[in-house]
Design a protein around this ligand. Structure first.
Ligand SMILES: Cc1cc2nc3c(=O)[nH]c(=O)nc-3n(C[C@H](O)[C@H](O)[C@H](O)COP(=O)(O)OP(=O)(O)OC[C@H]3O[C@@H](n4cnc5c(N)ncnc54)[C@H](O)[C@@H]3O)c2cc1C
Length: 323
């Protein structure tokens, strides 16, 4: 790890100014992913700007209309255990509560979770200059690719790692960002970007921009769920995951938003799965059809075709849990 200076910001404005002063400086929230990067020498910042002391940025509030305002510094544990979130936006509480380990969830923030970089082993190894590090090759193609994508790949094939992002896209959340051009709000569904746009980035965050808050619309009358399959029961990223937000009336699905995780370079909204559900009675037949629809168009790599059948099973099983 390089020698670096640690600066503690007391406000978002100060954080932006501190990070802008020295080129290559970085923002730190919980530091879980950032410190991994520094230890692997993937980043060597002259200055690390700690956001953790900024007052109020860890608040979680349920608004009168049922929508949520979640400060970017709220920890995964805080989101998971917040009674209001669990009641109205269960899939978000589940996604945060199933990430990593209890120790990590107590430190890691929801903002850092959605902004964490992919876990691709080629990207994470200093010695591989892959597309994500300005190189000209994705080593997963023709290499070891069992944890990589089955949708939306190319030119890079690393999967998006965030649990929270999957649930947030399913709820139609937005991210509030503060940068040199002022404040902007970007829909989560547009914030995450494909590698064809820029393989070195997974989202629209600009250099020095701070994610301050996540806004989640009300989900009154809707049922939601997040689930995942992992190699280990805990302390691990999903092999496949999904979030479903459904409006069900008289047993029939009136509206559905289905987002798949760990199968694409970004949270992957599956319109085909949604179409397979709307207007159907939510039971074994519709859940099985939705599972099949979820994998239409999948393009597995040499070692990850198992994700196709795993995803079908996950979708069927998870939807039935809502029936
Ligand atoms: C063993 C292990 C298992 C894990 N399992 C899972 C899992 O199952 N699911 C899952 O989703 N994650 C998992 N993780 C990842 C972990 O949840 C993330 O690394 C963590 O949430 C990152 O949050 P943080 O606050 O520590 O972010 P940091 O490491 O501080 O920051 C991450 C990145 O985001 C930037 N950043 C952070 N906050 C802001 C902000 N407010 N504005 C602008 N930029 C910001 C930083 O500059 C950095 O680039 C696991 C991690 C480990 C070590």
């Amino acid at each position: 790890m390089n020698r670096f200076e640690l600066a503690r910001a007391a406000s978002v404005a100060e954080a932006r100014s501190l990070v802008g002063e020295k080129p290559g400086s970085v923002l730190k929230a919980g530091g879980i992913d950032l410190l991994d990067h520094m230890k692997e020498r993937l980043v060597e910042p002259p200055r690390v700007v700690d956001l953790k002391a900024i007052p109020g940025m860890d608040q979680i509030a349920v608004q009168a209309d049922g929508s949520l305002r979640v400060g970017a510094l709220a920890t995964l544990a805080q989101v998971a255990s917040h009674g209001g979130v669990a009641q109205t936006h269960r899939a978000l509480a589940q996604a945060c509560g199933e990430a990593a380990s209890p120790q990590i969830r107590n430190v890691a923030t929801i903002g850092g979770n959605v902004l964490q970089r992919p876990r691709c082993w080629y990207y994470r190894l200093e010695s591989y200059k892959c597309l994500k590090k300005g190189g000209d090759v994705c080593f997963a193609v023709g290499g070891e690719n069992r944890y990589h994508v089955i949708f939306g790949g190319g030119p890079s094939y690393a999967a998006h790692p965030s649990n929270a992002a999957v649930a947030l896209v399913a709820f139609g959340a937005s991210f509030v960002l503060e940068g040199s051009k002022g404040r902007r709000t970007v829909a989560a569904a547009e914030f995450f970007t494909p590698p064809s746009r820029d393989p070195e980035k997974e989202n629209l965050l600009e250099a020095g921009e701070v994610l301050t808050e996540i806004q989640v619309p009300a989900a009154a009358g809707k049922r939601s769920v997040y689930d995942a399959v992992r190699e280990r029961a805990a302390f691990d990223w999903p092999l496949v995951s999904m979030a479903a937000v459904l409006a069900i009336d008289g047993g029939v699905v009136k509206d559905a938003r289905i987002v798949l995780g760990a199968v694409a370079p970004m949270p992957w909204r599956s319109l085909k799965t949604e179409q397979a559900l709307v207007g159907k009675a939510l039971g074994p037949e519709a859940a099985t059809a939705a599972g099949r629809a979820a994998t239409v168009g999948a393009a597995p790599l040499s070692d990850n075709a198992y994700k196709v059948s795993l995803l079908q099973t996950l979708v069927r099983r998870t939807l039935l849990s809502l029936a």
